[in-house]
Design a binder for this molecule. Structure first.
Ligand SMILES: [Zn+2]
Length: 177
């Protein structure tokens, strides 16, 4: 047999028993076989960014709202603005703290305001729409989302004061890697 197969269900493309079992199980439920975010694995960014996007689009990132839903007794209010619940959309686009990062990325011509406008209502739907539109900014937006998450974690776990420019620079550095 001449054909070669790329095993598409692990980040590396390698076959693993675990992913095969998961895939076989998934085959029992046809509705779940084609996840609309599978394009993430082909995005030209580092594997760690793809894994982050996978978690984000699976609504699996441990935001405060998610942890609360999982039964943890925590205060779900956003640590950045202290005024709204920290769910995925608030954390990445709604919070006035994070809007400064996006504004900076646009004013530095790193992403276009048109691309950013696709993210306005929902992060995950926005990413899907950017992919559908074959938007050139999608990798840069992915890096910024990842950088926002890193800044947020540094604020919570290391008491770092959020610096919008720092978040943009981190994303730009990852682009160059
Ligand atoms: Zn906030």
């Amino acid at each position: 047999m001449e054909d070669s197969y790329c095993w598409g269900y692990t980040g590396s493309g390698d076959f693993t028993t675990k992913s095969a079992t998961w895939r076989a199980h998934d085959n029992l439920k046809p509705a779940h076989t084609s996840w609309k975010f599978n394009w993430i694995w082909k995005l030209d960014v580092m594997p760690k960014i793809r894994i982050f996007l996978w978690q984000l689009c699976h609504k699996a990132l441990p935001t405060k709202a998610t942890l609360l839903q999982r039964g943890l007794h925590i205060d779900p209010v956003c640590p950045g603005c202290h005024s709204e619940i920290e769910d995925t959309d608030h954390l990445f686009i709604g919070c006035h703290m994070v809007k400064k990062i996006w504004d900076l990325a646009v004013s530095h011509n790193w992403i276009s305001s048109q691309s950013l406008s696709l993210l306005e209502s929902s992060v995950t739907e926005g990413l899907h729409n950017l992919h559908q539109a074959r938007d050139q900014s999608i990798s840069r937006i992915a890096l910024l989302l990842w950088s926002v998450w890193k800044s947020r974690n540094a604020m919570i776990f290391a008491n770092d004061v959020p610096q919008p420019m720092g978040s943009l620079i981190r994303a730009k550095r990852s682009w160059a890697e």
